[in-house]
Design a protein around this ligand. Structure first.
Ligand SMILES: [Zn+2]
Length: 266
């Protein structure tokens, strides 16, 4: 497995040449005037036309044969569990397989599919810290997984958020997948999370997994999370007028999902 491979010794210089189309990932300038990438010791040091970049001393040369090169995609909403295994479809190597779709970075919206997921405060904090640590160390297929996203429960106090942040937790799992399903409690805890630099997201719409509930526009707007998760559903989308309300009333990020309701997305 890739993550067990020994670290390469000595300097490396990768040259990818003969690239037909180079995408930047930036909407302002999506196409770059370049056919060559140079990466030294794992970091990109040059992008441009072959005659303009320094390709001397390459240790690996890849001929792209005129194909397109694009930055890796970021999936803003995944539910990792442990290693490259998910009990949801009882599948192993799903992250490694996902890489083949071009996704190189994943952001956890909560490790909610963990069998026997603890709901008590000590347990949920321990699980979040464990997930953050484990995925920081492990990169299945090279994919970077930002995990360790606790799902808030009513018994939590401000100090829990301070403690989580100090331990390296930077994300909240989807608000609404745990015991907190009301606007005022969610808003209070999201505020604590924000105070300590933890980014928050909320489950929007109908119930998905057992234990999740209907989160409507009033809860979404009051909770004021940094991201409004799957605003176009994924399972059951909110009615159109509620989605419109959120779009018009919310100043935070809106997440659209490809596996949601496409008509609602429009
Ligand atoms: Zn959700």
């Amino acid at each position: 497995m890739a993550h067990d491979a020994p670290q390469a010794t000595g300097p490396s210089k990768l040259v990818i040449r003969n690239i037909g189309l180079m995408l930047s990932g930036a909407l302002e300038k999506p196409i770059l005037d370049a056919d060559t990438i140079v990466a030294e010791n794992g970091k990109i040091t040059g992008i441009g036309r072959a005659k303009d970049v320094n390709t001397e001393g390459a240790t690996i040369i890849v001929d792209a044969h005129g194909t397109t090169v694009a930055p890796g995609l970021i999936d803003s909403h995944v539910h990792p569990v442990a290693g490259d295994w998910t009990p949801r479809q009882n599948q192993t190597n799903w992250i490694d397989s996902y890489l083949h779709g071009g996704v190189t970075t994943m952001i956890s919206a909560g490790e909610v599919h963990m069998p026997g997921r603890p709901r008590d405060v000590v347990g949920l904090k321990a699980m979040a810290i464990f997930a953050q640590r484990a995925f920081w160390t492990l990169r299945p297929g090279g994919v970077k997984v930002h995990a360790g996203a606790p799902v808030i429960e009513c018994e939590m106090v401000e100090d829990d958020f301070r403690e989580l942040a100090a331990a390296g937790v930077k994300l909240l799992g989807e608000v609404g997948l745990g015991g907190v399903k009301d606007g005022p409690t969610a808003r209070k805890m999201v505020g604590w999370a924000r105070k300590y630099g933890i980014q928050s997201t909320i489950h929007t719409g109908g119930p998905s997994i057992p234990g999740s509930g209907l989160i409507d526009k009033d809860v979404v707007l009051e909770a004021d999370t940094d991201v409004v998760g799957h605003i176009n559903g994924g399972h059951t989308a909110l009615p159109d007028d509620q989605i419109r309300c959120i779009c018009e009333g919310c100043k935070r990020g809106l997440e659209l999902v490809h596996n949601g309701n496409e008509r609602s997305a429009l």
